[in-house]
Design a protein around this ligand. Structure first.
Ligand code: FPP
Length: 249
């Protein structure tokens, strides 16, 4: 059964302490704490990742309901290959399951999928599955859902500069705009807020370039427990911040 996501009215937003004008356009989400969640329950780590996947689906639905334009989640970093082989496989199995099973629902809800990262290291089957989801949803106009897979912020910047150099650009053409246009997030607004769960307070190579003026919200909640109420709290915390972008207000 395909679930159709709800869109909140202004009154429904107000009832949650949110207002349409103050909402972030783009939210970055570092989904941390799956392992600790599983450990607390004496469960294997992949069970924590599965619970995390359910929390991620809820975050997608809630982003749509609230009216956020773009959500970027950190699903697998370039450093995550250093985890035990069994855990890496379990993560890719989950990713494959998600992209296979949920694509109909995402498409029906007008979600446009993008994958951020170097896909050349993935198996051809995995690559094809991801590319099919991106291709199928490319004309959708609703929530932009970016999934970072084999993603590293430094590698992304190197990739962008390399592409620019390969095009024969003279030094004066190496500008901030020219680099931004060659990042995986090309054409999307920078994240207004980056939320990290599980109490860690670092960026871990996520959206390094794009985070130049992002607000950071940290919550101690482990990712599998990150529900609509906690997401709302994080958005409210963001809405309470004064963004100056280097200016005096
Ligand atoms: C960090 O928790 C989480 C990850 C490395 C993977 C995030 C993946 C998911 C939420 C599920 C799968 C996603 C998709 C797109 C299907 P951790 O393992 O580092 O937790 P710990 O710090 O408590 O050990």
């Amino acid at each position: 059964m395909i679930k159709l996501y709800k869109k909140f009215t202004d009154e429904e937003l107000t009832a949650r302490g949110l207002s349409r004008e103050g909402l972030p356009r783009h939210v970055g989400l570092i989904m941390d704490g799956n392992g600790r969640w599983a450990k607390k329950r004496l469960m294997p780590r992949p069970a924590g990742h599965r619970a995390g996947m359910e929390a991620m689906k809820a975050a997608v639905r809630f982003s749509h309901s609230v009216g956020i334009e773009a959500l970027t989640v950190y699903a697998f970093s370039t450093e995550n290959w250093k985890r035990p082989q069994t855990e890496v496989s379990a993560l890719f199995d989950l990713l494959a399951e998600y992209f296979y099973r949920d694509i109909d629902e995402l498409d029906a809800n007008n979600v446009r999928m993008t994958v951020l990262g170097d896909l050349s290291a993935l198996s051809p089957k995995m690559r094809e599955l991801l590319q099919r989801a991106v291709e199928r949803t490319k004309d959708n106009t609703g929530l932009r859902f970016n999934v970072a897979i084999n993603y590293g912020g430094r590698a992304e910047i190197v990739h962008a500069v390399r592409t620019l150099v390969e095009s024969g650009a003279k030094p004066e053409y190496v500008t901030e705009d020219a680099i931004s246009e060659r990042l995986y997030t090309c054409g999307q607004p920078d994240p207004d807020v980056i939320i990290r769960t599980a109490g860690e307070q670092r960026l871990s190579n996520f959206l390094l370039w794009q985070a130049a003026y992002s607000e950071f919200v940290f919550t101690p909640v482990l990712f599998p427990d990150f529900d609509d109420a906690e997401y709302t709290n994080c958005i409210k915390e963001y809405m309470g911040r004064t963004r100056r972008f280097g200016k005096v207000l």
